[in-house]
Design a binder for this molecule. Structure first.
Ligand code: COA
Length: 161
């Protein structure tokens, strides 16, 4: 059976932790759609177009991965795209409660879609996008944590750039 899976998130910006999840999912599913959520309650550093471009550059070696954006409910986007799975990364116990609630609500809204949790490599468990943005703001080296195209894009966001 050929299953399409969505990997939704804010990706502001994509990190090596996200990439680790995408890599694992691309080996399990026929097609992965990495999709940037247009979330009006967040004020992102990168525009949607910039985030899509950075993700696309980072996954270009994975032929079964495409990158899009969506607004509204993820379960409606799953219906539109024919996806039967939603991928989420679980980094630590602290992620669990929120993810559990989202997975159950999404299943209630659309029981044709299951949430699949994947764990990133332990070296990425403490990573998130806000930490990267903060490190960059203070001009710390983030090259160990994000793909090279993100390093360059972050440099361009510094006030003196
Ligand atoms: N590696 C590194 N960081 C990771 C990570 C990984 N593997 N997985 C998650 N993170 C980080 C992100 O960088 C982000 O960090 P930040 O808050 O510092 O920016 C944080 O964890 C949150 O992750 P993200 O995957 O972007 O989730 P989110 O909470 O921003 O968005 C959506 C979750 C978009 C999937 C969810 O809100 C959604 O589906 N929205 C659509 C509306 C909807 O359907 N709502 C009903 C849901 S029941």
């Amino acid at each position: 059976m050929q299953i399409t899976a969505l990997y939704p998130g804010t990706f502001d910006p994509i990190t090596n932790g996200h990439l680790d999840i995408i890599q694992r999912a691309s080996e399990m599913f026929h097609r992965i759609i990495v999709t940037v959520a247009l979330n009006p309650s967040k004020s992102p550093l990168f525009s949607v177009e910039e985030r899509i471009a950075l993700i696309s550059e980072s996954v270009k070696h994975l032929p079964n991965v495409t990158v899009t954006s969506f607004s509204g409910l993820i379960v409606d986007y799953a219906r539109q795209t024919g996806a039967k799975a939603i991928i989420r990364g679980l980094r630590a116990v602290s992620d669990f409660e929120y993810e559990f609630q989202m997975a159950l609500m999404n299943y209630k809204l659309n029981n044709e879609v299951n949430t699949v949790f994947l764990m990133p490599n332990e070296k990425y468990t403490y990573l998130n996008s806000s930490i990267i943005r903060q490190l960059n703001q203070f001009e710390a080296d983030v090259s160990e944590f994000v793909p090279p195209c993100v390093v360059s894009a972050l440099e361009l966001k510094l006030p003196r750039a």
